[in-house]
Design a protein around this ligand. Structure first.
Ligand code: SIN
Length: 305
C-alpha cells in the first residue's frame, strides 16, 4: 500500500500534488511509452486555442546557464484535433488532464471554457494569461489586475470546471493580480510562467531565438518563483500551484513550504522525462518516513521576514 499523498485544490482533487507543466510534456500521450502517465497528479497539456496555431519562427528553444529560453508562440493542434484525437487517448490512459487554454480575447477564453465544459475527461482548465511570446493575449492580460480579472470572470461564467489561472512574474503588482483573479472566481492560481530573456550568438551577432526574445525557465528562476509563491500565499486565500525550476524533491518541498499546495515540473522533463514521476515516488517516501501529508507542509516555512 502506498502512502496517500492526494491533495485538494478547492474543487479539484488530485491523486498527488505533482503536475507536468504546460508546454514541457506535449499533450501527455507522447510519454505513454515511457511511463504510466496515470500516476502523475495531473498533466497540464500544451496550451490549446480555438484554431490550430503554427507558432513562432525557429529556433524556438535555446539553452542558457541553469535554464532555457523558449519562444514557441503557443503552437498547438487546436480545439477540434485535441478533443477529437488526443483527449480520447488521454482518457484511455487514465491521465488526469488539465487543459491549458489560450485566447486572444476574454470572449475566446470564454468560448473555449464553454466548449470544454461539455467534454468528458477534463479535470480542470488552466487559463494562460502569462505567455510572453505572443502579440495578442498572453502576458498582455496577465500583467495588470483589470484584464486578468476580466478574463477570469468570463471563463468562470462559462464553465463548472475548476479554473486555475496561470500568472506571469512580470506583473508589476503580482499580489494585486492574484487578488483580482481570486475575487473574479479562480479556484486556484499557478505561478510562475517564464521571465522574458534574450541570448545572442556572438559569432553571428544574431539572437539565438528566431523571435529574438523568449521566456526563461529552469533552476535559474526558482528563487524568484519561491519568493512569489510565498508572497501570494500570505495575501490570497486560494490554493497555489508552484512552478519554476523544479527538478526534484527538495525543490518541490521549498514550494510547499512557501505556500504551494501542488507543483508543476517544467523544463526538467526535457533532460529526464521521468522527473515528475520520480518526484511523485520521492514525495511518497518522504511523507511515509515522516508520517505527514503534503497538506501539512503548505506554508509551513518557519520565518520569512
Ligand atoms: C509559448 O508557447 O511560447 C510558451 C507558452 C507560455 O509561456 O505560456
Amino acid at each position: 500500500v502506498t502512502t496517500d499523498i492526494s491533495v485538494r485544490l478547492g474543487p479539484l482533487r488530485l491523486r498527488n500534488p505533482v503536475i507536468t507543466a504546460s508546454g514541457t510534456f506535449g499533450y501527455g500521450v507522447e510519454y505513454a511509452e515511457l511511463m504510466d502517465v496515470s500516476r502523475l497528479g495531473g498533466i497540464s497539456v500544451k496550451g490549446i486555442s480555438l484554431a490550430p496555431r503554427k507558432g513562432n519562427p525557429p529556433p524556438r528553444i535555446c539553452e542558457t546557464p541553469c535554464g532555457m529560453l523558449n519562444s514557441i508562440g503557443l503552437a498547438n493542434i487546436g480545439y477540434d484535433a485535441f478533443v477529437g484525437q488526443t483527449l480520447p487517448r488521454l482518457r484511455e490512459l487514465g491521465a488526469t488532464v488539465i487543459v491549458n487554454t489560450y485566447g486572444t480575447s476574454a470572449d475566446e477564453f470564454a468560448e473555449l471554457a464553454r466548449r470544454f465544459d461539455s467534454v468528458q475527461g477534463v479535470a480542470a482548465l488552466e487559463v494562460n494569461i502569462s505567455c510572453p511570446n505572443v502579440k495578442q493575449g498572453g502576458i498582455h492580460f496577465g500583467v495588470a489586475p483589470e484584464p486578468a480579472a476580466a478574463v477570469t470572470r468570463a471563463v468562470r461564467a462559462a464553465t463548472r470546471l475548476p479554473v486555475i489561472v496561470k500568472l506571469s512574474p512580470e506583473a508589476a503588482d503580482l499580489v494585486g493580480v492574484a487578488r483580482a483573479v481570486a475575487d473574479a472566481g479562480a479556484d486556484a492560481i499557478s505561478l510562475i510562467n517564464t521571465i522574458r530573456g534574450m541570448s545572442i550568438d556572438v559569432e553571428t551577432r544574431r539572437p539565438r531565438l528566431g523571435a529574438g526574445i523568449g521566456g526563461l525557465s529552469g533552476p535559474a528562476i526558482r528563487p524568484i518563483a519561491v519568493r512569489m509563491v510565498y508572497e501570494v500565499h500570505r495575501a490570497v486565500g486560494v490554493p497555489l500551484i508552484g512552478i519554476g525550476g523544479i527538478a526534484g524533491l527538495r525543490d518541490a518541498l521549498e514550494f510547499f513550504l512557501a505556500g504551494a499546495s501542488a507543483v508543476q515540473v517544467g523544463s526538467a522533463s526535457y533532460t529526464n522525462p521521468r522527473t515528475a514521476l520520480d518526484l511523485v515516488e520521492a514525495l511518497e517516501r518522504y511523507c511515509e518516513e515522516r508520517r505527514i501529508t503534503p497538506a501539512e507542509l503548505v506554508g509551513a516555512v518557519v520565518s520569512g521576514d
